[in-house]
Design a protein around this ligand. Structure first.
Ligand code: F6R
Length: 632
């Protein structure tokens, strides 16, 4: 299907709080097609006047589909970039241009090597300049931009800290190209690429905010739910050095191109009744009541007419009031999402339960993009499903081997070596020595060999089995799909192929689940969960087209991974947990030693989800695992 190059329509007035024009597209592909078409027109116009075009470029996962579109223009339409000059925003400090994570290499691999741009016209800051020369090097970079005539169009992404380039919180409006210290969140976001947080450089060279603001035109792209809050802050919040993208509010020709998920926290999407008349669909009614209750820090059943009227919800009362009735209705709706029977309660009336009573037991398929995603998001629910007699299969779509630190592989190779030497197993000694030699040869940043990836997969598998065992799931109920796109690729650059979809489809057709648990529908499209969700949705579509009968009685439950947790109005099933159950879940997560991300290990997120229900006046639980139903 051809990409649409127009943003979704904006209703009159709904963008009135937005201080930077925000164009919302149906998909990143549409936004990138639109931007690439504009770039083409810009180059053509300048070319007609005999002028070169100067583009400011970004790296990271966001612009990848945009670069693919530029490459397509070159390959399929013969469009030339011969008179284009580029300046990249930034580079990790201490990283040379051939390092696999260097931005210089990224640009070659993602764009420059595939178009006819003159390499001499491309500029990426040099991460290897000696410290004492950085200052003069940076002034030289600024000078080169000026000498090229200044930047015609600057392409940007945005970090979760609100950074543009690597202008982390605290960067001033007047900042110029310089050496900066990377924020912890930025380093965590890059941890998978660098095979561990400890390998992520601490410093980077970046164009300054002032440098960026001098571009004649600026286009910032953002995709996925985990950019939503920072996008809203930049577009609607105060101009602040704590969110450097907010400085774009002062630029006459800056705009955001975002997808629906990244637009989710803008007023027009989050609380649309504040900026336009709303037709009040069921989900919006719930959202509005939850919002006003949270805002006033009141339980739903204590809201009064005045609370609605004073918060722009008079219209809601006219259509769905009075407040007393509305409160009870929404309270009941929320109440009915709570269920300790995620597989349905046999022999019970299920009219007001999220899951059907029958069939019982259910065949349940838990899909996890990589080991650990499952227990982090739904370890308690997995345990419940098993205890309540359902037939639970857990399938890991990828091995997660890229997340395993070299030190772990080395530890296992050494254990094997010592054992094999003692037992005089010649082959095993050779194998273990081979792994150790390969590890030494590749060094901390080199690409893992197939042998190393295999041993790392085995480590993850072992941990996954241990974690599942805590949740009661037996070894033989675990499947490792090792989808080829992952085994052949790297983070942020994965491409799902037909063979991946076929493998997921084969699993679905073999298991014929009554319930599927999955994640990734709202994630950044370049992320692993998003790729896995894509493979799943394609596999389901193919099964549907083939008339697979199992699909007719299958419910798909979504859980949130690294994105923000569902808000109460979005939840269709809230599985409550006792303190003991939460403690067991946390201990399951702790079975993963080879890759840890501390924030997710404490169960805090599930406590917070429970707290939100409690604050709305619902039952007080220790923790909750939330799910949303996706209509297949
Ligand atoms: C990259 C850059 C950064 C990224 C930002 C978002 O050159 O300057 O500001 O645009 O960190 O990164 P992704 O796109 O990977 O989410």
């Amino acid at each position: 299907m051809a990409a649409k190059t127009k943003p979704l329509p904006t209703l009159p007035g709904e963008d009135r709080l937005e201080k930077i024009p925000a164009h919302i597209y149906e998909s990143p592909g549409d936004a990138c097609a639109a931007l690439a078409a504009e770039v083409k027109t810009l180059i053509e116009k300048r070319r007609a006047k005999g002028k070169a075009t100067v583009l400011g470029l970004a790296t990271g996962s966001t612009p990848v589909p945009f670069y693919r579109e530029l490459i397509r223009l070159h390959n399929e339409e013969g469009f030339s970039f011969a008179d284009v000059i580029t300046f990249n925003l930034d580079e990790y400090f201490g990283v040379d241009r051939d390092h696999r994570e260097s931005y210089a290499r990224f640009m070659r691999e993602q764009l420059f090597d595939h178009i006819d741009i003159d390499p001499a016209n491309t500029h990426v800051p040099d991460g290897t300049v000696p410290s004492e020369e950085v200052f003069s090097y940076c002034s030289g970079y600024e000078k080169a931009i000026k000498e090229a005539g200044g930047i015609d169009l600057q392409i940007l992404g945005i970090g979760r800290t609100g950074h543009i380039g690597f202008n982390e919180p605290g960067s001033s409006r007047d900042s110029r190209t310089r050496l900066i210290t990377l924020d912890r969140i930025t380093r965590l976001d890059a941890a998978a690429d660098f095979l561990g947080e400890e390998n992520v450089p601490r410093f980077a060279i970046t164009m300054g905010v002032g440098t960026i603001l001098e571009a004649r035109e600026i286009a910032l792209m953002a995709w996925g739910q985990n950019k939503a809050s920072v996008v809203a802050e930049a577009v609607e919040g105060p101009v602040s050095d704590q969110v450097s993208a907010s400085f774009l509010q002062d630029h006459p020709k800056a705009r955001f191109l975002i997808d629906a998920a990244a637009a989710g926290a803008l007023t027009r999407r989050r609380v649309p009744w504040l900026v336009r008349p709303v037709s009040w669909k069921a989900r919006d009614v719930r959202r509005a009541v939850v919002w006003v209750a949270q805002k006033l820090e009141k339980p739903v059943l204590k809201l009064v007419e005045r609370d609605f009227n004073e918060n722009g919800l008079g219209d809601l009362l006219t259509q769905h009031g009075p407040a007393y009735d509305l409160n009870i209705r929404i309270f009941n709706e929320l109440q009915h999402t709570i269920s300790g029977w995620p597989g349905g309660k046999p022999n019970a009336d299920h009219t007001n339960r999220p899951e059907r009573a029958l069939p019982y037991p259910k065949t349940t398929l838990v899909l996890s993009p990589e080991p650990q995603d499952d227990v982090i998001s739904m370890g308690g629910t997995m345990e419940r499903l098993h205890e309540q007699g359902h037939n639970v299969t857990v399938a890991y779509l990828t091995s997660g081997n890229l997340r395993v630190a070299d030190a772990e592989a080395e530890k296992f190779a050494r254990v094997l070596l010592a054992t094999a030497q003692r037992e005089k197993w010649k082959k095993q000694v050779e194998y273990a020595e081979g792994i150790l030699a390969q590890l030494a040869e590749k060094g901390p940043f080199g690409q893992d060999t197939d042998d190393i990836r295999r041993i790392k997969s085995l480590i993850r598998r072992g941990e996954a089995r241990d974690a599942c065992a805590v949740c009661g799931i037996a070894h033989e109920k675990i499947r490792f799909l090792d989808l080829p796109f992952y085994e052949q690729g790297r983070y942020r650059q994965f491409t799902v192929q037909d063979e991946d979809i076929a493998a997921v489809r084969k699993l679905l057709a073999a298991v014929k689940p009554h319930q599927i648990y999955a994640t990734g529908n709202a994630a950044d499209p370049s992320s692993l969960p998003a790729k896995c969700f894509y493979a799943l949705s394609q596999a389901i579509a193919q099964e549907k087209a083939a008339g697979a009968a199992w699909l007719e009685s299958c419910y798909l439950w979504l859980y949130r991974g690294t994105e923000d947790e569902y808000s109460p109005h979005e939840i269709d099933m809230a599985v409550p947990m006792s303190p003991d159950q939460l403690a067991r879940k946390v201990s399951a997560i702790h079975k993963y030693q080879s890759h840890r991300s501390e924030e997710q290990h404490t169960g805090e997120r599930n406590r917070l989800a429970a707290q939100r229900y409690d604050d709305l006046g619902l039952a007080e639980y220790e923790a909750i695992e939330p799910f949303q139903r996706w209509r297949i």
